[in-house]
Structures are given as structure tokens and as C-alpha cells.
Design a protein around this ligand. Structure first.
Ligand code: FES
Length: 103
């Protein structure tokens, strides 16, 4: 059973971009792709860089440090030098709020 955490108002989300938010002491990256919203851990799995400082291109986030890439839908690595996924979290939009299941 997932526990849902209220993160922020959906109106605070940028369009087709990424932002960093702190949720229950965790650093989370939120991505918007059209109407869809995705969430992953913000720290790159390759080094000390925050994905919210990177570049979102469609469903791919490019890390600002060595330009590795992840699929924001799954956290899977899609471009070297990253080889490890980042954790992704289920997102729900309800009553104008963005909710995350942090597990
Ligand atoms: Fe992200 Fe190296 S720290 S690709």
C-alpha cells in the first residue's frame, strides 16, 4: 500500500522542464512532459550533480556534470557515462496538488 505525500501545487510546476523539491528530507527531481509528471531522485547515480540542474529533452534528462542521461519515466540510464538507474517514484495529480509515493 503506497503512502502518498503532498509535494506542491500542480500550478507551481514548470512546463516541459525539471525542478528540484525537498520531500520528507529527500531531494527529488520533478519533470513535466506535456501533461505528464514524473519524479526521480535528484542526485545523479554517477556523481555529485543534481538532475534538476540538467537539461530535459522530451523524456530524457541530461546530467549537468558529464552529460549522462536517464529516462525520466523509469530512471533507467540511456546514455554513458551513467550505468546505474536513479530511483523513480509514482506521481499522482489530485485536487490541483502533486502527490508522490515515496515507498
Ligand atoms: Fe551525472 Fe557524471 S555526475 S553523469
Amino acid at each position: 500500500q503506497a503512502e502518498w505525500t503532498d509535494v506542491l501545487a500542480a500550478s507551481e510546476l514548470p512546463a516541459d522542464d525539471v525542478i528540484g523539491v525537498e520531500v520528507a528530507g529527500r531531494d527529488i527531481a520533478l519533470y513535466t512532459v506535456g501533461e505528464a509528471v514524473y519524479a526521480t531522485d535528484n542526485l545523479c547515480s554517477h556523481g555529485n550533480a543534481r538532475l534538476c540542474d540538467g537539461f530535459l529533452d522530451g523524456h530524457e534528462i541530461e546530467c549537468p556534470l558529464h552529460q549522462g542521461k536517464f529516462d525520466v519515466r523509469t530512471g533507467a540510464p540511456t546514455c554513458a557515462p551513467v550505468t546505474e538507474p536513479v530511483v523513480s517514484y509514482p506521481v499522482r495529480i489530485e485536487n490541483g496538488r502533486v502527490w508522490l509515493a515515496l515507498g
